[in-house]
Write a protein that binds this ligand. Structure first.
Ligand code: ATP
Length: 285
């Protein structure tokens, strides 16, 4: 096998609870990840050099060691003494630095893809350890699950056996939101912290869209809005247009709406297409 093509999907956070700051500087999180149908494509091809060469036409994606896929490939090449070259083609559909974890998903795709292409034979739990070294959101993508509970920095994953399929309109304003900057602005209020995961989970399991909509939550919202107060209008417009609920994903700026049906999602998208250039109808994968 000389070539492998892998789908690399995005995620949303239906809940993102920030529980506190840890001694290592990271925040302790409790989140529900949802895998969605918006995805990049990664093509891995052996080459005859001894270099890792990244091709991607997106202007904001690093083409060298700054790319998470480069780091993922280098870790495996070094640990397993693999000297052959590799081309990594990234076909980017997921907006970059948008709270959708596109880079993390690409890194997970490369870890599991190279495990096959280079016939390394790593187990799932060994891959997960590599994922945690690359970033907090990488591990989720190594699990073949629609939904998962994430704890720790987000890297401790428990797949959730939930069959509900959701429809969303996803709007990503053309603004890069840097995760670190958003966390810096976060004011932690740890008294009376609600367990938003356990509030939402029963509604998700039963597919109760109205109740689920009311239980979406993201503790980073005040920090995101402190950087971009105008995003409140986007949220309100989606609600006015008939969304059941609206929430930021990750550290933003992506906003997703929960919609009753695909048909309704398609008609809602048409209203937002003119004003925002990155508007997607997506569903649970
Ligand atoms: P995070 O919350 O991890 O920052 P995100 O979804 O907000 O995730 P990404 O799309 O993963 O953001 O990109 C974050 C940064 O990572 C970008 O500014 C980009 O320069 C860098 N990056 C590195 N590798 C990739 C990649 N394969 N795809 C996209 N961005 C990448």
């Amino acid at each position: 096998m000389d070539r492998l093509t892998i789908h690399s999907p995005a995620k949303l956070n239906l809940v993102l609870d920030v529980l506190g700051k840890r001694p290592d500087g990271y925040h302790e999180l409790r989140t529900i990840f949802e895998r969605i149908s918006l995805s990049d494509q990664i093509i891995l091809t052996r080459n005859k050099t001894n270099k890792i060469i990244i091709h991607c036409t997106h202007p904001h994606v690093p083409k060298g060691p700054g790319n998470l896929v480069y780091k993922a490939a280098m870790m495996l090449a070094q640990d397993f003494s693999i000297s052959e070259g590799l081309n990594i083609d990234i076909i980017k559909n997921i907006p970059v630095a948008a709270g959708l974890a596109g880079g993390s998903s690409n890194a997970a795709a490369v870890l599991s893809g190279l495990n096959r292409l280079w016939q390394i034979g790593l187990s799932q739990s060994q891959l997960v350890k590599y994922a945690a070294r690359l970033g907090s959101d990488v591990a989720f993508f190594l699990y073949n699950t629609s939904y998962a509970l994430g704890t720790g920095r987000g890297e401790l994953i428990k797949p959730l056996h939930v069959k509900t399929k959701l429809w969303h309109v996803l709007v990503t304003p053309r603004v890069k939101m840097h995760t670190r900057e958003v966390f810096t602005r976060l004011k932690l209020n740890l008294t009376n912290k609600r367990d938003n995961v356990n509030i939402l989970l029963p509604f998700l399991r039963k597919g109760k869209i109205g109740r689920l909509a009311g239980a979406l939550s993201n503790d980073l919202e005040p920090a995101i809005l402190s950087l971009r107060p105008d995003f409140i209008y986007l949220k309100n417009k989606l609600l006015d247009a008939g969304a059941a609920g609206v929430c930021f994903s990750g550290s933003g700026p992506s906003v997703f709406a929960l919609i009753e049906s695909q048909k309704h999602a398609l008609s809602l998208r048409a209203k937002f297409d003119r004003r925002y250039t990155q508007v997607f109808v997506v569903s649970t994968l």
